[in-house]
Design a protein around this ligand. Structure first.
Ligand code: SF4
Ligand code: SF4
Length: 307
């Protein structure tokens, strides 16, 4: 029974691989095939530095580091051509491009790209009854991916129930909460303290953070060993795990449309609540009056009689 399941999985993997390889072959004549722009260029240059022996660099990691290290391994072993990278990525598929189409499927793209659910149909199920499982992210958070894979292995082995998914195929325990729910800056948001520039500790909503309406757990989970998670370390959330990414979150770095109403409302509430908290905080910062070094010992105790 186990070997039959293994054969089925292997068959599905081979068909998926064939589809991806045909796709790579189809786009190999497109004029932008070798073009690396924006993040692609930044990751490429970073990977070249790593492959050249500069393992850690000199600055704090601003972007997720797993992908450039992965690229560096590809560059070192197979060369730095875009074609080779696309080939290796065709073999390994995860993240927003594989799940919902992502950047490749954005408005005006000439490729007709789409995610697996759009391609196979959202009601598609394998013969084992497993639906499409999506682990989005640009890039995908590595622990999210490995944890989902492990869950599916348990399920195939018959020792875990059906994987719990939301209606977009995401594991609910990973994508059930928003970035904002786990953000280190949530306290500032709640008190109406917003920054208008990078490098400050306050909430980033006015400079383009979409965290309150984006399903993603990196502010809780972190990126590496529990550290990081975009807004926690100063980066705005651009909604990279969302089916509407990137079109519905652009232009990046502009305040999200609904954020004006919410931040103005919270701003007024926050101003009042800050004043009250300041008062309570000042009270708590003073020791009780019976603690003194006067001639009379006082305890603050006041006897009461009850009739
Ligand atoms: S930085 Fe973003 S996620 Fe964090 S509290 Fe502000 S709006 Fe929410
Ligand atoms: S916090 Fe936002 S930008 Fe960062 S990984 Fe999650 S969805 Fe993507």
């Amino acid at each position: 029974m186990a070997s039959r399941r293994l054969n089925i999985l292997l068959g599905v993997a081979l068909i998926a691989l064939a589809v991806r390889l045909v796709y790579v072959w189809q786009i190999s004549h497109a004029p932008f095939f070798d073009l690396r722009l924006g993040d692609a260029r930044a990751y490429h240059e970073w990977a070249l530095r790593i492959a050249g022996g500069d393992w850690l660099g000199h600055d704090v990691f601003y972007q997720a580091p797993f992908y450039p290290y992965f690229l560096a391994v590809v560059y070192k072993s197979l060369g730095a051509s875009a074609a080779m990278v696309r080939f290796v990525q065709a073999v390994i598929g995860a993240g927003t491009c594989a799940t919902y189409g992502g950047i490749h499927a954005m408005l005006g793209n000439p490729t007709g790209c789409m995610g697996l659910g759009d391609y196979l149909g959202w009601k598609w199920k394998s013969k084992a009854g497993i639906p499409i499982v999506n682990v989005p992210g640009c890039p995908v958070q590595p622990d999210n991916f490995m944890e989902t894979l492990l869950y599916l292995l348990y399920q195939v082995a018959g020792i875990a129930p059906m994987i719990p998914l939301d209606d977009r195929g995401r594991p609910t325990w990973l994508f059930g909460m928003t970035v904002h729910d786990g953000c280190d800056r949530g306290g500032f948001y709640e008190e109406g303290k917003f920054t208008h520039e990078y490098g400050k500790p306050e909430c980033l909503v006015k400079i383009g953070c979409w965290g309150p309406v984006v399903n993603c757990n990196v502010t809780k989970r972190g990126w590496m060993a529990g550290i990081g998670g975009c807004p926690n370390v100063g980066g705005i959330c651009i909604g990279c795990t969302m089916p509407g990414f990137p079109d519905k979150y652009m232009p990046f770095m502009d305040m999200p449309p609904g954020a004006k109403i919410s931040s103005d409302t919270i701003g007024a509430y926050g101003m009042a609540i800050r004043a009250l908290r300041h008062f309570t905080n000042a009270t708590g910062n003073k020791e009780p009056k019976w603690r003194h070094n006067g001639s009379n010992l006082t305890t603050g105790y006041v006897p009461h009689t009850y009739s």
